[in-house]
Ligand binder design. Structure first.
Ligand code: UMA
Ligand code: ADP
Length: 452
């Protein structure tokens, strides 16, 4: 009997990990009165779980607990690696291990649009949700973007747009999607995957049961690896003249004036939109392809695209009296820092790049190359700042405060400060949001803030 057919049975269920995901799983099971006996596990105390005290058993001793192996089903949070310890043992014993997205899939028959990739997921997820809302659809937006998918099921949505990480995709089997998008693939999460191939194959799972698979023509790793005859595939491609594409003034890829076309019909130009940077033009091409597949009015959607300011901490422009600053705190890998630099290339301004934090082991050689070619001044900070100081031959500061204090005395009005750390933030901050807000606060104080 498949797990999907067992959900109405009396199951003993272990919920492993009690962050946002685990809490949403427990809430969902209790609110929907599934006849399951819940045991909740985490490796540290989580006070949020006490709200369910009367209904579940809780342990904060980690997962290597013989009780986990006595369960019929294990529901893991995305941050937990299922290729070690008790989970390997559970697999040997044929105990089902799923995540919240798989559970979500059992309880909805509404269309799902799923987005994955190494970079750009949140931007594309949010913009897709926003344009479909503008087309009068009731859309639930969630997943890795920060709203657990199960929590969306309480609402009366007619469609879901989910951002899915490779961690979440590892544990899906049944999820059927109307559209799945694989944006791009670059080295990331090296600590979790034995190889780049393993990381790629986790992401490829997004296409398994998708009616329409959208992939990146310029990134072979995103091309669907195995497709059934009933599945359709469409690529997004800046040069796709028989679909949505970009046209560059003088044919120059880095030209500021970029036009969006559908076949030979002009749609809008980059001067009319708020999102900046070539990577964001690609993100918009993806959204246009989704709109087309959903058969909703292109005109209504285009006005939403034009107004979309982008998400905070993603290549976010901040104007100060002293110079332009860009908060790209969500950049946690080399690929996103590289895109940010590329996006600013056409400016003749002196660029000051700030990077550092916890280095995740990915390849920064392209960034190093670009910085030396473009005469970009680099400054590093944080736990692995000393490593970057050697790599870029640049000055290292222990923290952002000291770094900005020094930078203030150097920058002139035409310069640009780019805060694109390329690293995880947990050495000195709770998350990338706190890191970005700290950057904004510092420049607000020291450079006279004028607005975003
Ligand atoms: N835990 C353990 N042992 C472990 C790992 C975790 O006990 O080995 C416990 C922690 O003590 C904590 C809980 O598990 O109490 C946290 O679980 P989690 O790390 O899965 O985090 P959640 O709060 O459930 O948030 C998750 C996603 N986190 C991760 O994938 C790491 C969130 O993405 C997501 O927004 C949320 O579900 C809702 O879907 C964050 C993220 O960093 C933003 N994602 C990665 C990324 O974008 O690069 C993939
Ligand atoms: P994700 O959810 O995949 O982390 P975000 O939209 O939050 O993606 O953006 C994360 C980082 O990647 C930011 O620094 C942003 O400027 C950059 N970025 C956004 N879109 C792309 C893209 N298509 N290619 C490369 N980098 C991108």
């Amino acid at each position: 009997m498949t797990l999907h057919n067992k959900i109405n049975k009396n199951l003993r269920v272990a919920v492993c990990g009690l962050g946002k995901t685990g809490i949403s799983v427990i809430k969902f099971i209790l609110e929907n009165k599934l006849p399951w006996k819940i045991e909740a596990y985490d490796s540290k105390e989580v006070v949020d779980v006490y709200q369910f005290d009367n209904y579940i058993n809780v342990s904060f001793e980690g997962f290597d607990d013989s009780n986990v192996l006595k369960c019929d089903l294990i529901i893991v949070s995305p941050g937990i690696n299922i290729n070690r310890g008790v989970f390997l043992e559970a697999k040997k014993n044929n105990i089902d291990i799923i995540g919240d997205i798989e559970l979500f899939s059992y309880f909805t028959d509404k269309p799902v649009i799923a987005i994955t990739g190494s970079n750009g997921k949140s931007t594309v997820t949010q913009l897709t949700g926003d344009v479909l809302k503008a087309a009068s659809l009731k859309v639930g937006i969630g997943g890795n973007i920060g709203i657990p998918a199960l929590s969306l099921l309480d609402h009366d949505y007619e469609l879901y747009v989910l951002e899915l990480s490779s961690y979440q995709l590892e544990t899906i089997e049944n999820l059927k999607t109307k559209i799945s998008v694989f944006l791009n693939l670059s080295e990331d999460h090296i600590e979790r995957y034995a190889s780049f191939y393993e990381y790629k194959m986790a992401k490829q799972k997004i296409f398994t049961k998708s009616k329409l698979c959208i992939y990146n023509q310029d990134d072979i790793n995103t091309w669907p690896c195995s497709i059934e005859p009933n599945q359709k595939c469409v690529s997004f491609d800046k040069n796709k003249k028989d679909g949505f594409h970009l046209s560059f003034c003088d044919g120059n890829l880095n030209n500021k004036d970029v036009s969006f076309y559908y076949k030979d019909k002009f749609l809008f130009s980059s001067n009319e939109i708020k999102l900046k940077g070539f990577h964001n033009y690609l993100n918009i091409l993806v959204v246009l392809n989704i709109i087309n597949a959903m058969s909703v009015s292109l005109n209504k959607c285009i006005s939403t695209i034009k107004k979309f300011p982008g998400l905070p901490h993603r290549f976010q422009y901040i104007k100060t009296e002293r110079c332009l600053c860009i908060n790209d705190s969500k950049s946690t890998n080399a690929a996103s820092t590289f895109e940010a630099i590329k996006a600013l290339k056409e400016n003749d301004a002196q660029l000051h790049l700030i990077l550092g934090g916890i280095y995740k082991g990915d390849d920064f050689s392209q960034v190093v190359n670009e910085c030396s070619k473009e005469k970009i001044k680099v400054y590093s900070f944080g736990k692995d700042g000393a490593y970057f100081s050697k790599l870029f031959d640049c000055t290292y500061y222990r923290d952002l405060n000291a770094l900005i204090k020094n930078l203030v005395s150097i920058v002139s009005k035409t310069d640009i400060i780019l805060f694109s750390p390329g690293c995880a933030s947990f050495d000195q901050f709770k998350n990338f949001e706190e890191r970005g807000n700290n950057f904004i606060e510092l420049i607000e104080h020291k450079l006279n803030f004028k607005g975003c």
